[in-house]
Design a protein around this ligand. Structure first.
Ligand SMILES: Nc1ncnc2c1ncn2[C@@H]1O[C@H](COP(=O)(O)OP(=O)(O)OP(=O)(O)O)[C@@H](O)[C@H]1O
Ligand SMILES: [Mg+2]
Length: 410
């Protein structure tokens, strides 16, 4: 399985799971050490009354990665995430976190691990109904015996991070679902965990609020760069949020990949069915569809040299870059000719004002408004201001309508 495209990630492994099994029921060991283990979930249940919840699962999560576990109801997602916290014990397999074998932790180590290394956010918020917002948020620090003043200061900070300033003294029941989940998130953040485990945190929310929360979590993750394991059964959510996605079926992980791979190379019919209605508009990014231009101009070239480049390439316009491909602007042949006629000035005077630009991560859907307005190709410019490539307006629409199953790879 591929571990590519881990943009901005350290590449360091944070969570390492090997051959993990969880069978619920009295005959777990008997099943595991016999031929029964390869039977289907249904047949095992019928023969033994036991549930094969997680079957021989292996994966790594990198530090700072947003790792999504997706699958239908009953596929084993919650079981897997609970195993990671040892809220339930494994039947077999190993789990290392930061190189430590957490299955060997004694009670004290385990408590320490749950309080300091990880935080969990649940689907139904899991707030204390009779405690105020700030007391809910400060709770994780209280059990760590952090002095009162410090824990309220940290709780206050987290409340502000999730946009709930002013609501500190309210009871959870006075808050909407979205706000309650923000409290859940703030509570998970106050303890400054290295790893955030989130089990369908947004599925109780209505679609608009849900999208808003997703956007906020993405923004937050840009700032805090936690290692996140996020469970969902919503493909769009998975594709939007995940650096990588693991797809589960009947307790097994049947595909792990970056969103674009999951969409364009579904591992089997189950995944294909899952992604069938996933629109490329929501998945393909600017960097995927951009090309290198035939002509590119450099800051230090004179107007005549630039005109020569454009004419040779038979282009009406071209982007200009400085040292290290710093993006500077778009030059049109018409403006260039005017400039030469005026006999002077720098090439910058031949710039088209406000050329369309976008970030490499922008999804097709968000390129639409730009494309509708643009008279020129769109320049793809990274966070450091470097020119990465250009997008022809036509290719946006072509990519939108293409057959997702074929022909999408370079
Ligand atoms: N404590 C338990 N005892 C017996 N079986 C269990 C237990 N917990 C979960 N299961 C079974 O394990 C399987 C996986 O359940 P799990 O809750 O992990 O699924 P899920 O993917 O999280 O589903 P959902 O999307 O509905 O939350 C299911 O068949 C479930 O019935
Ligand atoms: Mg679940």
């Amino acid at each position: 399985m591929k571990d590519n495209n881990l943009k901005n990630k350290s590449g360091e492994v944070c969570i390492e799971v090997q051959g993990l099994w969880k069978i619920f029921g009295k005959k777990a060991d008997e099943i595991l050490y016999s031929g029964l283990r390869s039977g289907s979930k249904d047949s095992i249940l019928e023969k033994t009354g036991c549930v094969m919840a997680v079957r021989d699962v292996s994966f790594n999560v990198h530090r700072g990665e947003f790792f999504v576990i997706m699958g239908l109801s009953g596929s084993g997602k919650s079981t897997l995430i609970r195993l990671l916290l040892r809220l339930i014990e494994t039947t077999a397999g190993t789990m290392h976190i930061n190189g430590q074998d957490i299955c060997r932790y004694n009670n004290d180590q385990l408590i320490n691990f749950r309080r300091h290394t990880t935080s969990m956010v649940f689907q139904h918020f899991g707030l204390f109904p009779h405690r105020s917002v700030i007391d809910n948020v400060a709770y994780g620090l209280k059990v760590r015996n952090v002095p009162k003043e410090e824990r309220y200061a940290k709780a206050q900070e987290a409340i502000e991070t999730v946009g709930l300033k002013g609501w500190e003294q309210y009871m959870p029941s006075a808050l909407s679902g979205g706000m309650q989940q923000r409290v859940g998130l703030a509570r998970a953040l106050t303890t400054e965990p290295e790893i955030l485990l989130m089990d369908e945190p947004f599925s109780g929310l209505d679609p608009l609020i849900r999208r808003e929360m997703q956007d906020e979590l993405i923004e937050l993750q840009d700032k805090v760069q936690k290692t996140i394991v996020f469970v969902t059964h919503d493909l769009h959510e998975a594709l939007k949020m995940g650096d990588r996605i693991a797809i589960m079926r009947d307790g097994e992980i049947i595909q792990i990949g970056v969103p674009e791979d999951v969409i364009s190379q579904p591992a089997d019919d189950y995944v294909r069915e899952f992604v069938q209605d996933a629109s490329p508009a929501k998945v393909f990014t600017a960097s995927r569809i951009m090309n290198q231009p035939d002509a590119l101009l450099y800051e230090w070239q004179g107007p005549k040299a630039a005109l020569h480049v454009l004419s040779t390439a038979k282009e009406e316009h071209a982007f200009m870059v400085g040292r290290n491909r710093q993006f500077l602007g778009l030059v049109t042949i018409k403006r260039l000719r005017d400039l030469i006629q005026r006999q002077g000035g720098s090439l910058k005077e031949a710039f088209e004002p406000n050329p369309p630009t976008t970030n490499p991560e922008t999804i097709l859907e968000d390129l639409f408004p730009l494309a509708a307005e643009a008279d020129y190709p769109i320049a793809v410019v990274d966070d450091q201001g470097r020119f990465m490539g250009e997008i022809q307006i036509g290719s946006i629409f072509e990519n939108m309508i293409q057959d997702k199953g074929a022909g999408t790879d370079e």
